[in-house]
Design a binder for this molecule. Structure first.
Ligand SMILES: Nc1ncnc2c1ncn2[C@@H]1O[C@H](COP(=O)(O)OP(=O)(O)OP(=O)(O)O)[C@@H](O)[C@H]1O
Ligand SMILES: [Mg+2]
Length: 381
């Protein structure tokens, strides 16, 4: 915003526009001449009604207003001028032959900025009108700058809202695409399996996986819909059963081929998170570990679970190449990937972290080059 100017801009006509309102023709003439001699543009009218009719078009900086006039008196005219909304500011000097306190008060109470006793000297009139013309000019300047600033704030707010929406849509879409891609792979492999394997038992296995994937797709969309509701009960699912489903999906796509996956730990436990959410987390963490391991002999992924004080602590540990501190510092950045172009989107771990945070859990990771990686997360039981 432009800084407030130290002095108001020069008024439109000389030192400002002044409207003189008095029913006495002689006083009107004298005041007008004195004001013009002092450099003001002065207009004189003989009644309150005429003054009000002229006020909007003339937009005077100052109105010099006789208190006692036939018809509308000075106090009524002053109130009407001050009550005009969204108009340039107008200062009012009440003019009267009376210096009685009641009259002075009547003028000031009506909103007049100043009070002058007739007859006034030319110098006093010039000084008072000049000061109030400056006040009006400042008022108008500040109002103008305020309106401009409001306009700019409205525009900025709208831009902000639009870019926030776009960012949300972008993140959401990327996350959805990433997950759809993961499970679409499973579906594809399942269907291939159905086509290639003649034995009914194997077909049943592939068919189960395809069914599970279609359920996953359905629940993914349901969970997206639920995300906009706030009054829902927390979801829950069976931990081992869900992890088994994920391992089957990964085996079916061949992603864990050549890798020994071990599931250690306690009996079946219910955990307080959605089944799809847990599937998302495990698919990404175990999938990442399998990708890092490649097909080397002795490749292992250990899944460990420890229940403590209302929480289940789950560890996904691999004996792969691990990560350098530099890579480790970036793995939760969206789109960070060390995989070749076309293989990794770099959205897996950001999604995992958001999903775990949504159910109130924590996620930590430990890794160093040559020492594998261990991702540990918590979920309420
Ligand atoms: N277990 C792991 N061992 C070694 N590096 C890992 C491991 N898990 C993740 N990383 C590193 O973190 C990076 C980011 O993982 P993230 O899951 O976010 O994306 P991505 O796997 O590269 O791509 P995608 O979007 O397909 O999941 C990986 O590219 C890899 O460098
Ligand atoms: Mg990944």
């Amino acid at each position: 915003m432009e800084p407030l100017k130290a002095r108001p801009a020069p008024t439109r006509r000389g030192r400002g526009t002044v409207l003189v309102v008095d029913d006495d023709p002689l006083i009107r003439q004298v005041l007008r001449e004195q004001l013009e001699a002092a450099g003001f543009f002065a207009v004189a009218v003989d009644s309150g009604a005429a003054a009000l009719a002229l006020c909007d078009d003339l937009a005077p900086h100052v109105v010099v207003l006789d208190l006692y006039m036939p018809g509308l008196d000075g106090a009524q005219v002053c109130r009407a001028i001050k009550a005009r909304a969204d108009r340039p500011y107008v200062s009012v000097i009440m003019l009267s032959a009376s210096d009685v306190k009641v009259d002075v008060l009547a003028g000031l109470d009506a909103g007049a900025d100043d009070y002058l006793i007739k007859p006034t000297g030319a110098e006093e009139l010039r000084a008072r009108v000049s000061n109030l013309a400056t006040v009006s000019e400042y008022h108008r300047l500040v109002t103008h700058q305020r309106d401009e600033a409001r306009g700019r704030i409205d525009v900025l707010n709208e831009q902000l809202l639009r870019s926030e929406r776009l960012a949300t849509v972008g993140t959401l879409t990327s996350g959805i695409l990433h997950e759809l891609n993961n499970i679409a792979q499973v579906l594809t492999s399942a269907l291939e399996e159905l086509g290639e394997v003649p034995r009914p038992a194997d077909k049943a296995f592939a068919f189960d996986a395809a069914t599970s994937v279609s359920q996953h797709l359905r629940e993914l969309s349901k969970s997206l819909l639920r995300a906009v509701r706030v009054d829902q009960e927390p979801d829950s699912c069976l931990f081992r059963q869900t992890v088994d489903e994920v391992l089957k999906m990964l085996a079916l796509t061949g992603r864990t081929r050549g890798v020994e996956v071990r599931l250690e730990g306690a009996d079946e436990l219910g955990v307080r998170c959605g089944r799809v959410a847990l599937q998302q987390v495990m698919l990404n963490l175990v999938g990442n570990a399998a990708d890092a391991l490649g097909r080397k002999t002795g490749s292992r992924i250990d899944l460990g679970e420890v229940a403590r004080e209302g929480w289940l602590e789950v560890t996904v540990r691999d004996n792969g190449p691990g990560m350098t501190p530099e890579v480790l510092s970036k793995i939760f950045d969206p789109f960070f990937t060390t995989k070749p172009v076309g293989q990794g989107t770099g959205l897996g771990l950001p999604v995992v972290r958001r999903v775990i945070a949504d159910w109130g859990g924590t996620l930590t990771v430990e890794s160093s080059p040559g020492a594998g990686a261990a991702f540990v997360f918590t979920v309420r039981t």
